[in-house]
Design a binder for this molecule. Structure first.
Ligand SMILES: [Zn+2]
Length: 465
């Protein structure tokens, strides 16, 4: 996500192709790439089931604005991680399941609140296919934060009968049944139908688009494993503009009545080039940006979801969400206590870009030290934050300053080598701080425990000392 810098006090936040004739059938990916080690989240244990390792979600979604009904049909391929007589997914309580099968046989499900319990025995390390038919009017759920730009999580319907999502740290379950925790990555295919001129946007490459009998159907394929908070769905009267950066196709999806924001989005290739000089080549096959009626922005994998405010479509936000494609998407925290792993590096890169490009007040890395002690006091240390204050300033600016201090400690050459290599080292995985710090210690030959412990866990700000 992005955080907005406010000049007077510095801060707040910014949570920061489409060929008609591409392959009609998505490639048959090897699901081994989606094997994860799911765990119960230490900050938000109520979401997700560590007994499920989801491998591939095939989602067919129809949006009927007149009745405000989302009708879903999904096929989930998953691996059971333990022997059990049942397993569980998350699904919004406003969505009602009409039919469920496991490997072709009908199964009983209990849907209490958001907990969808499937009563069927499963065997450790065995793959299954669960199908579900469901329908209802989607509703967002409360966000565990006081942030002003996050009123709810999940799929939001607008007065114009369009749809959009923001769902960090959870909330994908407001539109499909999902193991909604960051430690479980999976591949995705989406088929979205809506009455024309509405069109559905999701992650990955647009495989096909048809407009027939007043219905627009889009098919999307994501061939890199993604955590559920990094999926996106937007349905609206969108106009597509195609762009590119080298061989990388880039798509911009702007509402028909907001085409004047296209010039903001067209900065993307330039900002991406700036990042690629530091982080190496962009890690995925496609890139898109979709603009939705929000004040926030999310680094949704390969299809970035931007709010429609000037800040959310501005270069700070775009460079921040692009940086997350390496830090957050390619390598992902496996537990929400490590949100700083995403936001620290994205914020640091955003700050460096500002230092080189804009010199705007409050945007410079050096200036952030003045607010860091207060952020830490307000919301807790970055590595041990208050669960009711998700995504506050403390996980952005302190960890950004930490990387600046680390850069001073090890020198520019080593810092940039390690910053480039880490996402490749852990590509397509979710991991934790211990693994990252151990790797940094091995690469630098230094004992770094005290350094990271002070920055991540101390109630006292290192910038005070
Ligand atoms: Zn962010």
């Amino acid at each position: 996500m992005t955080r907005v810098a406010v000049a007077s006090t510095i801060l707040a936040m910014t949570l920061s192709g489409c060929g008609q004739d591409a392959d009609p059938e998505p490639p048959d990916d090897d699901l081994a790439i989606a094997h994860s080690e799911p765990r119960e989240d230490s900050v938000y244990p109520e979401a997700g089931d560590p007994g499920v390792d989801s491998l591939h979600y095939d989602l067919t979604l129809d949006w009927a604005p007149v009745t405000r009904t989302l009708t879903g049909s999904q096929e989930l391929t998953f691996r059971a991680t333990e022997d059990a007589d049942h397993f569980q997914l998350d699904l919004g309580k406003t969505l009602e399941v009409s039919e469920a099968t496991l490997d072709g046989d009908s199964v009983e499900v209990e849907h209490d609140g958001k907990d969808l319990v499937v009563r069927a025995p499963v065997t450790e390390d065995t793959e299954y296919v669960l199908t579900l038919d469901y329908a209802g009017t989607p509703a967002p759920v409360p966000a565990p934060t006081t942030r002003g730009d996050m009123s709810g999580l999940g799929l939001t319907t607008t007065p114009r009968d369009t749809l959009w999502t923001m769902q960090e740290p959870y909330g994908a379950y407001t539109w499909y049944a999902v193991n909604d925790q960051p430690s479980d990555k999976a591949l995705y295919d989406f088929t979205v139908t809506a009455p024309s001129p509405l069109v559905g946007i999701a992650n990955g490459e647009l495989v096909s688009r048809t407009d027939e009998a007043g219905v627009t159907t889009t098919k999307w394929h994501l061939d890199s494993p993604a955590s559920s908070y990094l999926t996106t769905l937007a349905v609206g009267d969108y106009v597509l503009t195609e762009d590119s950066s080298g061989d990388l196709p880039i798509t911009y999806w702007l509402p028909r009545n907001r085409q004047w924001q296209l010039e903001d989005l067209r900065r993307t290739p330039r900002l991406l080039s700036w990042l690629e000089k530091r982080l190496g080549p962009y890690p995925f096959d496609s890139l898109g940006l979709v603009v939705v009626p929000s004040a926030s922005a999310m680094e949704t994998q390969t299809m970035i979801t931007l709010g429609n405010t000037d800040y959310a479509t501005g270069p700070d936000t775009i460079v921040h969400e692009l940086a997350h494609q390496w830090y957050g998407d390619l390598v992902t925290p496996n537990d929400w206590r490590d949100l700083w792993m995403n936001e620290g590096m994205a914020m640091y890169l955003q700050g460096l870009w500002n230092d080189e490009s804009t010199q705007c007040p409050g945007c410079s890395v050096e200036e952030w030290q003045w607010s860091e002690p207060g952020d830490r006091f307000e919301s807790g240390p970055p590595g041990d934050y208050d669960p009711d204050e998700f995504g506050e300033n403390n996980v952005y600016y302190g960890p950004a300053l930490m990387w600046d201090a680390f850069r001073t400690l090890v020198g520019d050459d080593t810092f940039w080598r390690l910053t480039r290599e880490w996402p490749q080292e852990q590509a397509d995985h979710s991991t934790d701080r211990e693994t990252w710090i151990a790797w940094l210690e091995e690469e630098t030959g230094r004992d770094l425990d005290a350094f990271f412990d002070e920055w991540l866990m101390s109630p006292d700000s290192p910038v005070d000392s």
